[in-house]
Design a protein around this ligand. Structure first.
Ligand code: GLC
Length: 405
């Protein structure tokens, strides 16, 4: 076993190095050289988390590149093109970056680096950017002060064609990726027409309050409190703590029903009752009680009819009509999703299922390589090659070894 782990570590570091790029004095890592040759927001946060174990300086560079393209209003774009090529060559209404964001993992990644090297100067350099980014989400993405953060395009969730968004796009549970992409591109054109004015876009075009995005936001607010405290900013710490409580409370009030958190949409917070891995995302932010977490895991995660197949965790429950084991975000297992669930399980001391997810993630990588996604029923590798998310296994192994018992 030790040899397998050493091998994964070596290969992971090899991929992170192979995919590393330097442009305009900035350093960043592309998720996959052929398929995703630019910088992505949450991908770079994952890279920084992994790199923090080996070389915090490279981890910092990854994040400094991200914030270098922060918008005036505080938003951090989900893509920085650096050098635009033929792949995903879209018009986002401005040069060099997209005009939408992605799940806000930035504070978490910053804190993971700080935990390793205690470099306060780096915290000081990042803090104003974090402050503006999270405040942008609180202001512009929650214009009615209901304490849930909205997204204006499915791609902001990081799960581009997830069936959670079908109803908002007017699509049936079964449709092709092309049909889905067409709808999302049409939405981008409409977003451009209103200049990506988020409150306007949400009111008139697309307004989802997604469970993983909000759970990730809550966990990142928790970390922001620690960062502000570390910098002696007591008022900011108190403020972020208050926001963390408010969003958690709103998630319970508006999303929770029969033991599950559901993404919602529109002005009246209609619940989107499609069972996807999103039901486990609140574990990552410790939003559930111990009893609720145990029930959730027993009834759903460990349920072979829903998620407990040969290579968990499928992104969509197997018994959903939209489930497709090879349908991009409509069924395949993705290592970052496994990482979120794994971390969530450790939050509740549920080491057994966490270990199983770690082991199957390792098997997927050793059998099928560093692919983008995997058929959860037979482990077949799908999508991009040399994809960096598989390297998150290193963080799983280290977190498992150092878990509180
Ligand atoms: C895909 C994924 C998105 C990711 C990007 C780069 O678009 O859906 O989550 O950030 O690829 O890896």
């Amino acid at each position: 076993m030790d040899q397998i782990l050493k091998d994964i570590e070596q290969k992971s570091l090899g991929i992170l190095l192979k995919n590393r790029r330097q442009t305009e004095g900035f350093q960043y890592t592309v998720p996959s050289p052929q398929t995703y040759p630019y910088q992505w927001l949450w991908d770079s946060c994952f890279h920084a988390i992994i790199l923090s174990h080996f070389n915090p300086e490279d981890a910092k560079k990854e994040l400094l590149a991200l914030i270098s393209r922060q918008f005036e209003n505080g938003m951090i774009p989900h893509m920085i093109y650096w050098q635009k090529g033929d792949v995903i060559n879209l018009n986002w209404g401005r040069d060099g970056t997209s005009s939408i964001t992605q799940p806000p993992m930035l504070a978490y990644a910053v804190w993971e680096i700080f935990k390793k090297d205690h470099d306060k100067k780096f915290l000081e350099a990042m803090y104003p950017h974090l402050y503006h980014f999270y405040n942008y989400l609180l202001m512009d993405r929650d214009p009615r002060k209901n304490h849930l953060i909205g997204i204006i395009n499915p791609d902001e969730s990081g799960e581009d064609n997830s069936p959670r968004f079908d109803i908002l796009l007017g699509l049936p549970p079964k449709h092709t990726l092309d049909e889905n992409t067409k709808k999302r591109y049409e939405l981008i054109d409409k977003n451009i027409a209103c200049n990506f004015d988020a409150p306007f876009c949400m009111k008139n075009l697309f307004w989802a309050k997604d469970v993983p995005f909000n759970a990730i936001f809550v966990e990142n607010l928790r970390v922001l409190v620690l960062i502000a405290e570390q910098l002696g900013l007591k008022d900011d710490a108190l403020n972020f703590q208050q926001q963390q409580l408010e969003v958690t409370k709103a998630m319970r009030e508006k999303m929770f029903e029969d033991g599950l958190f559901w993404s919602t949409y529109g002005e009246d917070y209609k619940k989107i009752k499609v069972v996807t891995w999103a039901i486990f995302a609140p574990l990552f932010a410790k939003i559930l009680s111990q009893e609720e977490a145990v029930d959730l895991v027993n009834n759903h995660l460990l349920n072979p009819k829903e998620f407990w197949c040969k290579f968990p965790v499928p992104t969509v429950a197997i018994n959903e009509s939209s489930f497709d084991p090879e349908g991009f975000w409509r069924g395949p297992a993705w290592i970052a999703v496994n990482w979120f669930i794994f971390k969530g399980l450790l939050n509740y001391g549920l080491a057994e299922p966490a270990e199983k997810i770690m082991q199957t993630s390792i098997s997927l990588i050793t059998q099928s390589g560093f692919r983008e996604q995997f058929n959860p029923l037979n482990g077949k590798g799908l999508g991009a090659d040399d994809f960096t998310w598989g390297t998150l296994i290193i963080d799983m192994i280290k977190s498992f070894e150092n878990r509180e018992i």
